[in-house]
Unconditional design. Sequence first.
Length: 301
Amino acid sequence: LRDGALEGEHAPALTIKDSIAYGFDVFSYFLCNLSSNISAAKSQSRGLVIVAFDRSPSFYFNLLKGGIDVASIRILDCYTDPLGWKDRLKDVRDLDKFFSAIIDIGKGINGQGKVYFSVAIDSVSAMLRHTPLSSVAHIMNSLRSHNQVSCIFWLIHSDLHEFRVTAALEYMSTMVAGLESENLFSHEQNSGSGKFHVRLKRRNGRVKVIREEFHVEQAGIRFVNQNLLPKVQFNLQISEKERIDREKVILPFEHQGNGKPLQVYDGRRSLTDGKGEIHYFRDSDDEQLDSDEDPDDDLDI
């Protein structure tokens, strides 16, 4: 998210999905870190547009005001009046106006010129209450393809929707982060800890998977880095007994003479014309045979 988009490519997109109570904590964690990078000029984007469905604008100002330049943050308030009963410009059912509102707010963060900005949507589930999946997907793709959007991420409560809904959003994403309870067989879903899984699709097509534990504390969510190395399905180390057993195995390309001369073809000529160079060695002392021995006596073609 911090690195942003390359010229001519869609902006990177992150789907955060949860079926427990801590999805918003993870969303807030990403939001605070990206805002901090923007304020420190460590991100491609120079501003952040928060589309607020699940929390009020005042909540986000209080969340981000500590140590972060709030001048680089804009909030589109879809929490107070999502259907435009008071302000028709913010009716989320009018997708053209909704898209234009996000872009106009982003462009206005740093004045004129082509300046990148990021977009964070705190609840796609709230969007899906008022608009069909096809329309939401269209908005996401339009934002990703805009030449001033650096990155975009959103939160969805996967347990509230059919599988096809979350699958469609994951398909559009370059990264997918999922949360699950610490104990899948426990009825205590809100135990304060769990597993965090992230799948990243790189530009070269390779996929990286990261698994971590998380704990929700009073100060916020904390991730416990277990192992960032890829998990393999085989053991890279062998025991002493396995090493000895491996050395006893006769491989197909190891010609065992069993007391007879070894015949090694050097591969420089075809054997079909009888002109290939054959070097002879004795199995006992590896000395080359005398040149007067007939190679065709022992050659098995």
